[in-house]
Design a binder for this molecule. Structure first.
Ligand code: ZN
Length: 439
């Protein structure tokens, strides 16, 4: 009998989301490993064993045991795309949108409001808001989260956001990404080249802080050529690459991401099939963002002058299907930000992915765990329940994995463990333990 630190017993189901560390693709996405009456053994913050309770109990003992009481146990959720630090909100503008009075892309309009408010916000405000948002993400099952800058858009403001992101002390691991190339700032209109050069000149310093560099390759942002130049410099300085790709039109973002051997390309609403195939070959993860589809009302018809018009993106289920059929590893994310996706909950993302993108339960579980982890370079370490991996897991209030997606709109998390330590109990962060140091 092997000595463990902790045994989790009595789970009606353990979903493992096991697969290769580069992520799960194609038909394998539809095959979810579900262990009935499962158990997990944990030692030193790592998973020792996962299997049927009878086998785990026979082989391992531990002084500490958690009874899952006939409920679901899963890996912690991974959110691979967020804009965590920002000032202000976009509530007023949203009501105009509801009434059909806002036309044009979010990228060209409202983002300027957030940039102004973020530049004006104090460090303390930004950090405290981010910690509260991380609490919400954690309470809803997220254990690792990628966070981008991109609301500073000048040298000083971008470096400040990056430093604040790196300095966040929270149980949820935050993966820092530099997104200076989010949109062209208003004060550089007509001087695109100067802004691209500014970002390129920043790369050596940025690379000491950021794990990834993200570039927006979109008709309303930067061209594929500009993104290639910035991405190549970022690569040379040791950063991984992420791409906001083809959200408002096909800018060749998917192919560019493949060419840069990017870790991920995100949005992809208008990505070409050739681009998606190139991504599959390059090992670039395709990240789709159903909270954006919902919040920007892209799949519901607009009403103009009392007449029902045509939905902007009724094709989104096919866009996702094309990515799966091209053989890319597909992940899901919140895209948490005040303008186009004001929710830090991966749980609602899972629920929206079924309803808006017509994905199955098995596909969605893989896309929010192992595949999301793979897209932030952590597929070898977390995202599934397998021996040797970090013991990041969720004990839900429900008896099976289907109910987490079939029901919607309220929190179904009971406990969250990170590295084998309980960080959430009863759906709420455990007092003070989840914040390693207060700001
Ligand atoms: Zn984004």
């Amino acid at each position: 009998v092997v000595e463990a630190d902790l045994l989790i017993l009595g789970a009606s189901e353990v979903v493992t989301c096991r697969g290769p560390s580069r992520g799960i693709a194609a038909a394998d996405l539809g095959r979810l490993e579900v262990i009935q009456d499962g158990a997990v053994a944990i030692k030193d913050g790592r998973i020792l064993a996962v299997g049927p309770k009878s086998e785990v109990e026979a082989e391992y003992r531990a002084g500490f045991r958690i009874d899952a009481e006939g409920r679901l146990v899963s890996p912690g959720l991974v959110d691979p795309h967020s804009h965590l630090l920002f000032g202000g909100d976009r509530c007023a503008e949203y009501e105009e949108k509801i009434l059909g009075r806002v036309v044009g892309a979010n990228l060209e309009r409202g983002i300027a409001v957030t940039i102004k408010a973020t530049r004006a916000a104090s460090d303390r405000f930004l950090v405290e808001q981010a910690l509260r948002d991380l609490d919400v993400a954690l309470s809803h099952g997220t254990t690792t989260l990628e966070a981008k800058t991109g609301y500073g858009l000048d040298r000083e403001s971008e470096l400040r956001l990056l430093q604040l992101t790196v300095g966040l002390e929270h149980a949820v691991e935050v993966v820092p990404t530099f997104l200076g190339a989010h949109v062209l700032p208003e004060d550089y209109v007509g001087r695109r080249e100067a802004y691209v050069q500014l970002l390129i000149d920043m790369m050596p310093e940025v690379a000491t802080l950021a794990e990834y560099c993200d570039v927006s390759c979109d008709p309303s942002c930067f061209t594929a050529e500009e993104c290639l130049r910035m991405g190549e410099v970022a690569r040379r300085h040791g950063m991984g690459i992420r791409v906001h790709a083809d959200q408002t039109g096909d800018a060749g973002g998917a192919a560019l991401a493949a060419r840069l051997r990017a870790a991920s390309a995100d949005h992809l609403d208008y990505a070409s099939v050739e681009g998606l195939r190139a991504m599959a070959d390059a090992g670039t993860v395709a990240v789709f963002l159903p909270a954006v589809t919902l919040h920007l009302m892209e799949m519901t018809p607009p009403i103009t002058d009392g007449e029902i018009g045509s939905a902007q993106k009724p094709f989104m289920p096919l866009a996702v299907r094309r990515a799966i059929e091209a053989g890319t590893v597909v992940a899901l994310s919140t895209d948490y930000n005040p303008g186009s996706a004001p929710t830090p909950s991966m749980q609602i993302v899972m629920q929206l992915a079924a309803r808006l993108y017509r994905l199955t339960y098995a596909q969605i579980w893989h896309m929010c765990t192992l595949n999301a982890a793979a897209s932030v370079g952590r597929g070898h370490d977390r995202g599934s329940l397998a021996p040797g991996k970090r013991a990041d897991l969720v004990i839900w209030t429900e008896p099976n994995h289907r109910r987490i997606i079939n029901r919607f709109g309220y929190n179904m998390v009971d406990q969250v463990l990170i590295e084998g330590r309980t960080m959430v109990r009863g759906g709420r962060p455990v007092e003070a333990k989840h914040r390693r140091a207060m700001a």
